[in-house]
Design a protein around this ligand. Structure first.
Ligand SMILES: [Zn+2]
Length: 201
């Protein structure tokens, strides 16, 4: 697939600007910018994410990530907002990688989390406790796939035990999709409050 030159130029500028930043929080919107960014940064495993009908994961994650980033900045934290692919390496006090799950057959998944061995249980449980209280569907578990437990984003950001991939729910499951669709901004605020609390403790 050929991407228009203007998009490639914008992605290159973004990628260069993102090099090796030290911030408080990295917020990544899963799959954002793909497939174009895979061409620019030569990403072979160009996972475009899931979706249901015209609702695409890669259009949803930026809404959640932007809401989280805006709230974190509002309370005075330095935020690095990342798309699916970026060059360089970041250092941060916390990093979240935001996704929605897909399943075939549908409705066999739900919310889940992924994290590397260095992430502390307290950080994981702080999010799980918060989100279980809100999400009215199944919590599918921790590191339920290698895409979660060995997520490439974990290697792109160094944090002191606070790296977490969040799957908010299963987009391919219509009841879950219907619950999440009007709450994307609210999910971002939830993520921001979770991070804020974790960095204060
Ligand atoms: Zn995803």
């Amino acid at each position: 697939m050929r991407a228009p030159a203007i998009i490639l130029a914008t992605l290159l500028t973004t990628a260069r600007a993102a090099r090796a930043e030290q911030v408080d929080v990295i917020v990544q919107a899963g799959h954002q910018g793909r497939p174009q960014s895979c061409i620019v940064l030569r990403v072979k495993a160009c996972n475009l994410g899931t979706g249901l009908g015209s609702a695409l994961e890669r259009n949803w994650t930026p809404i959640v990530a932007d809401a989280a980033a805006a709230e974190l900045r509002r309370v005075g934290l330095r935020v690095g907002r990342r798309p699916a692919d970026w060059s360089g390496h970041d250092r941060a006090r916390a990093a979240v990688f935001l996704h929605f799950d897909g399943s075939a057959p549908a409705c066999h998944s739900g919310a889940s989390v992924g994290f590397p061995p260095s992430t502390t249980p307290a950080f994981v449980h702080a999010w799980e406790d918060r989100y279980r209280a809100r999400f009215p569907f199944r919590f599918a578990g921790e590191n339920i796939t290698t895409n979660e437990s060995r997520y490439y984003g974990f290697r792109k950001v160094d944090t002191p035990g606070r790296s977490l991939l969040i799957e908010f729910g299963e987009m391919t499951c219509a009841p879950q999709e219907r619950w999440m669709a009007p709450r994307l901004h609210a999910l971002g605020l939830d993520v921001a409050r979770f991070i804020e609390a974790a960095l204060r403790s």
